[in-house]
Design a protein around this ligand. Structure first.
Ligand SMILES: N[C@@H](CCC(=O)N[C@@H](CS)C(=O)NCC(=O)O)C(=O)O
Length: 159
C-alpha cells in the first residue's frame, strides 16, 4: 500500500517513567509524533474514548496507521516498544535483530521490567517523592501491598 502515510503516531502519555520511556524510544528513532497529554491526576485515562485505546485505562498508549492503512492501537509500554522496534527500527538503534543472542537478552530485561513490581515502581519513581507520587499512581493496591511487605521484611508476592 504505497499511499499509506506512516508513521502517524499519537502518543497518549503523562510525565511518569512508563510514559517517558516511550517518548525516549520515539526520540531515539527520530520519529515524528503528536502528544496527547493524559493527566492521570484527573482520571482522563478512564474516560470511555481512551478505554477504546487502552481498555486497561492506563498510560502510555499509542495509535498509528498500520501497514493496511487502518488505525492500530498499542498499549502496555513493553508492547509499544516492541511495535516501534519492529516497525521503525531497521537500523537497530534501540533493538537487536530477531533470533540473535542480544535479542533474547533484550527480551529478558524487557519482561523483567514490565512483569514485576519494578513496573509499579516505575510509576512511583516520580519527580515528586512520597505520598504525592502514590497519588499520581492511584489505584495501585498491589504496589502498596508489595511495599508494605518489603518494608516489614516479609516475603513478597503480588497478591
Ligand atoms: N504495565 C503498564 C503500566 C502502566 C501504568 O501503570 N501507568 C500508570 C502511570 S505510570 C497509570 O496510567 N496510572 C493511572 C491509573 O492507574 O489509573 C505499562 O507498562 O504500560
Amino acid at each position: 500500500m504505497s499511499d499509506v502515510k506512516r508513521p502517524n503516531i499519537t502518543l497518549y502519555t503523562d510525565t511518569t517513567p512508563n510514559g517517558i520511556k516511550i517518548s525516549i524510544a520515539l526520540e531515539e528513532l527520530g520519529l515524528p509524533y503528536t502528544v496527547e497529554h493524559i493527566d492521570i491526576s484527573t482520571n482522563r485515562q478512564k474516560e470511555p474514548w481512551f478505554l477504546e485505546i487502552n481498555p486497561n485505562g492506563r498510560i502510555p498508549a499509542i495509535t498509528d496507521t498500520f501497514t493496511d492503512g487502518k488505525t492500530i492501537r498499542l498499549f502496555e509500554s513493553g508492547s509499544i516498544l516492541l511495535y516501534l522496534a519492529e516497525q521503525y527500527d531497521p537500523e537497530y538503534r534501540i533493538s537487536y535483530p530477531k533470533g540473535t543472542r542480544q535479542f533474547y537478552e533484550m527480551n529478558n530485561w524487557l519482561f523483567f521490567q514490565n512483569a514485576g513490581w519494578f513496573d509499579r515502581m516505575s510509576c512511583v519513581a516520580e519527580l515528586n517523592p512520597g505520598l504525592q507520587a502514590w497519588d499520581r499512581c492511584k489505584g495501585k493496591p498491589i504496589t502498596l501491598c508489595a511495599m508494605r511487605r518489603r518494608r516489614s521484611n516479609t516475603a513478597w508476592t503480588a497478591t
